[in-house]
Ligand binder design. Structure first.
Ligand SMILES: *Cc1c(COP(=O)(O)O)cnc(C)c1O
Length: 394
């Protein structure tokens, strides 16, 4: 094979990477809907057991349909390996359990997916794991938080819901000096907008439920990184068993073919909507890394190719005003989640944080009039027109 002279573009990779394996000559990779794999005879089984033969054995450990998806995402992320999981939460929790010793220390950021926070508080505490929480952009606090026994620094980038962007090269430099690994939840960016492994991260986690799948029709998760880093994670997945059904793996593969194409539209829609909302008299504040008013705009512009479709904003008014706005939206569905072709709108105070006491919500910066909009791939003019009519209800 001739060596390619330049890196193929993301659209070409999203379509072709990981495919054309020559096994069945099917253009579309088959769904290997099987729980187990048969052996010709005991001699083959022995050859496999002794590590002289590489093949599939049992459906909790590997599946040919998974492999196509894993190779495609590895190619896009610039990773050596990827592991698929049944959900983003399974990907994160399995990774944490795989890497953490009893009593280990981690550093996390305060703006994060609520279930990740809950896992750390409720379950990692049983392993006597200690977590230090810092502000996302505060690399000085990161430096102070690191200890000799700090196993990893884990953060989303961009974070949820305030879309804070980490100065990853700087954070990785600080962590690696102390022998601490860096794990990035890249769900809000995707490898099209941001490739954390190129900028110093050791592992990148995704809720593939969001942009990677992209159609609001599946739940899945992924972890990508170097072969050495991935090995314990893959082994832990085989034990903990949070694996993806082969049919869902196929749906993810199909979604990922249009990832680069979809992200172009999500990026354009996010920016257009953020600009339209900023300065609107009924909107108090817009949080979007593509706006000069965002605290991490400079870092985000340097590290990212686009800022995706999620726009978080505060309605000028109280809870009732924000409810009137949300109920008046006709294009976005009122629903949790993000990153699909259909626009979704949610009020964090009523959804992710409804069961938190008001003081705690406030501590996490979740105000009553906060709205999180995930722009789909609709026409920007239609989204903006709809938001403007809904704002007249405030
Ligand atoms: C949705 C989400 C998760 C959880 O993923 P699931 O696929 O729903 O389990 C984790 N991190 C982020 C940033 C998310 O948006």
């Amino acid at each position: 094979m001739t060596k390619p002279t330049r890196r193929a573009g993301d659209s070409t990779r999203a379509v072709h990477a990981g495919q054309r394996d020559g096994e069945s000559h099917a253009l579309v990779p088959p769904i290997h809907q099987t729980s187990t794999f048969w052996f010709r005879d005991s001699a083959e089984l022995r050859e496999f057991a002794e590590g002289r033969l590489e093949r599939d054995e049992y459906g909790r450990y590997s599946n040919p349909t998974w492999r196509v998806v894993e190779h495609k995402l590895s190619d896009l992320e610039g990773a050596e390996e990827t592991v698929l999981f049944s959900s983003g939460m399974s990907a994160a929790t399995t990774t944490f359990l795989a890497l953490l010793p009893k009593g280990g220390h981690i550093v996390v950021t305060n703006d994060c997916y609520r279930r990740t926070r809950q896992f750390i508080q409720q379950f990692l505490s049983k392993l006597e794991v200690e977590a230090t929480v810092i502000e996302p952009a505060n690399t000085a606090a990161l430096k102070d938080a690191l200890r000799d026994d700090t196993v990893f620094f884990f953060t989303e980038s961009p974070t949820n819901p305030y879309l804070r962007v980490i100065d990853l090269p700087e954070a990785a430099r600080i962590c690696h000096e102390r022998g601490t690994k860096v794990i990035i939840d890249g769900t809000f960016a995707t490898p099209i907008n941001h490739r954390p492994l190129d900028q110093g991260a050791d592992l990148v986690v995704h809720s593939a439920t969001k942009y990677l799948g992209g159609h609001n029709d599946l739940i899945a998760g992924t972890v990508s990184g170097g072969a050495e880093e991935i090995k314990p994670v893959r082994e832990a997945c085989g034990v903990l068993g949070g694996i993806l059904d082969p049919h869902a793996a196929y749906l993810l593969l199909r979604g990922m073919k249009t990832l680069a194409l979809r992200m172009e539209r999500h990026n354009a829609n996010g920016l257009a909507v953020a600009r339209a909302l900023e300065g609107h008299p009924k909107v108090r504040r817009v949080h979007y890394p593509g706006l000069a008013s965002h605290p991490d705009h400079a870092v985000a512009s340097q590290l990212m190719k686009g800022f995706a479709g999620v726009v978080t904003f505060e309605i000028e008014g109280d809870l009732e005003a924000a409810i009137r706005f949300t109920d008046a939206c006709r294009v976005p569905y009122i629903a949790p989640s993000l990153g699909g072709v259909d626009a979704l709108v949610e009020m964090p105070v009523l959804m992710s944080y409804w069961d938190y006491p008001p003081e705690e919500r406030q501590a996490y910066g979740i105000t009553d009039s906060l709205v999180r909009l995930s722009c789909g791939i609709e026409d920007a003019e239609d989204l903006i027109e709809d938001l403007e009519q809904a704002l007249t209800q405030v």
